[in-house]
Design a binder for this molecule. Structure first.
Ligand SMILES: O=C(O)c1ccccc1N[C@@H]1O[C@H](COP(=O)(O)O)[C@@H](O)[C@H]1O
Length: 219
């Protein structure tokens, strides 16, 4: 079994936590972006986070949050990471890390080579990066759209900090995505749902099995 760490994002119900634990996920993501079908309030997230056992890291996904929102979340939700998934600057990433004393995962959206310098800019200040597909113009959500990017953009690249691969990952494509990019951590939201915002335990288990399957040797 390959040592691939899986983050499942957008949990909304207690049974979602159970499904992650059963399947062996490494991170559980709670989505605080109000326009998302996966949105939870801080009170809901607190209940879910309290159910997470040690070894399942709890991540707050926020989009361009102000301090008031982060104060509200961090006051009641026990967290291991803050995931910034908007247009935050490197300075804002550093500020959030310092103010809340939590490691920050910064999402960077890619659609072409022109986006690659952003990775280095954030690598200097974030604890981890989440390399995702850039949301198409006019998309309602800045992430969670189930769209992959061209993995060849990052094939063969190595960075000095941990990072997660995201964007349109499914049980059918995750092995190829890992083989092409060298990712050891993967993140997804939409492909493990039976409807937007409703996680499916069978899909979660199938995804994690596929992500952690030993790679087929290429001759
Ligand atoms: O999932 C959402 O609703 C969402 C909303 C706003 C910002 C980010 C969001 N999701 C993040 O995007 C990745 C990739 O999603 P998908 O697998 O392509 O659907 C997801 O894991 C979240 O980290």
């Amino acid at each position: 079994m390959a040592d691939i760490r899986v983050k499942i994002c957008g949990l909304t119900r207690p049974q979602d936590v159970d499904a992650l634990v059963q399947a062996g996920a490494a991170y559980a993501g709670f989505n605080f972006f109000p326009k998302s079908p996966r949105y939870v309030t801080p009170v809901q997230a607190r209940e879910l986070a309290l159910d997470c056992p040690p070894g399942l890291a709890k991540v707050a996904l926020v989009v361009n949050p102000d301090d008031a929102l982060l104060d509200e979340i961090t006051a009641i939700v026990p967290l291991d990471f803050i995931q910034l998934h908007g247009q935050e600057t490197p300075e804002r990433v550093a500020e959030v890390r310092a103010r809340y004393g939590l490691p920050v995962i910064k999402a960077v959206g890619l659609s072409s080579e022109d986006d690659l310098p952003k990775i280095d800019a954030f690598m200097a200040v974030a604890d981890q990066l989440l390399i995702d597909a850039k949301a198409p113009k006019g998309a309602k959500l800045p992430g969670g759209n189930g769209l992959p990017f061209d993995w060849r953009l990052i094939a063969g690249r190595r960075w000095p900090k941990p990072w997660l691969l995201a964007g349109g990952l499914t049980a059918d494509n995750v092995a190829e995505a890992i083989a092409m990019t060298g990712a050891v951590q993967v993140d997804l939201a939409s492909a493990v749902e039976s409807a937007p915002g409703v996680k499916d335990p069978a899909k979660i288990a199938a995804f994690i099995t596929a992500a952690q399957a030993d790679p087929v040797p290429r001759f």
